[in-house]
Ligand binder design. Structure first.
Ligand code: PMP
Length: 282
């Protein structure tokens, strides 16, 4: 692959970042992932806007203009002839001798690479996935998309050891989100319930989009916390992310959700998302 590193296009084997980079030493970095379908960027505006919010929250300067950011996204897709997959970008505060305190004048380290993957033809979409619940163990500012993903990574490994595909994090009996996606339930009366935005969860771009589309389609939406028991007894449970769009959950802690098959409202929301967001991909 050709990757982007601080203004240069280089082969992935040539890209080098300092061992003193604060992304490496302190996880002092933020990231974004934007889906690509048919060579086009899906929900790009939301990802670009969240990138700015994450940088502002950590007081890291935006390394390029908004126009340049879009151009870089388009160029990395073109240079890698990427049809389906994602664009990963990461911006760290920069590199200097190791110290908890950082200088103001650091130059951010900005890297981008592509990953090819069948976004729409994910086989799990048809069967749904199994999840297990685990206590929340991440830091409190989960609305900032930082690269501190160690707890999520360990939790997903543990879920895999237990024969599951992903994890649902719980805090005070309420589900915060999944390992790398937002979690939603459909109640038996057909209401889409999703946790309200706060620092407890990442403000998913796919989450925001499906809520807009659901409301426009007259689907009842409630933004509130829901418990593990509510999820286990819900008609449907699904996850949203830029990597998998809308993914049905068919079992929680070994207990089937609904009839143990992906549900109809999940399918409808996935169709609404794909139809609208692919038509508006850029
Ligand atoms: N929550 C977490 C913890 C995530 O890492 C992600 C992104 N992979 C999401 C939610 C979903 O966000 P988005 O829809 O913007 O990809």
């Amino acid at each position: 692959r050709t990757v982007y590193l601080n203004g240069d296009w280089v082969d992935e084997t040539e890209a080098r970042v300092s061992i003193f980079d604060r992304g490496f030493l302190f996880a002092d970095a933020i990231y974004e992932v934007t889906a690509v379908v048919g060579g086009k960027l899906v929900d790009y505006a939301g990802h670009a806007a969240r990138l700015k919010r994450s940088l502002a929250a950590l007081d890291i300067p935006m390394p390029v203009s908004e126009e340049a950011l879009l151009t870089l996204h388009r160029e990395i897709v073109a240079r890698n002839a990427l049809s389906d997959g994602g664009v990963y970008l990461q911006i760290s505060r920069g590199a200097e001798d190791r110290d908890f305190l950082y200088s103001d004048a650091l130059r951010p380290t900005f890297v981008m690479f592509t990953q090819a993957r069948a976004v729409l033809d994910n086989p799990k979409w048809k069967t749904g996935i199994f999840v297990v619940t685990m206590p929340e163990g991440r830091w409190v500012n989960r609305q900032i998309k930082t690269v501190q993903l160690l707890y999520s990574s360990l939790a997903k490994m543990e879920a895999k050891r237990q024969g599951a595909d992903d994890v649902l994090f719980t805090e005070d009996g309420v589900i915060t989100e999944a390992g790398s996606s937002n979690a939603h339930i459909v109640t038996k009366d057909g209401t889409l319930v999703t946790r309200a935005l706060s620092n407890a969860l990442l403000h998913g771009i796919t989450r925001a989009s499906i809520l807009d589309l659901a409301r426009a389609a007259q689907i009842r939406v409630e933004e509130r916390g829901f418990t593990v028991d509510e999820a286990k007894n819900a008609a449907e449970v699904f996850l949203t992310s830029a990597s998998a769009f809308v993914m049905p959950v068919v079992a929680i802690d070994g207990q089937p959700v609904g009839n143990g098959k992906p549900g109809p409202l999940t399918a409808r929301i996935r169709d609404l998302y794909i139809e609208d967001r692919l038509a508006n991909a850029i």
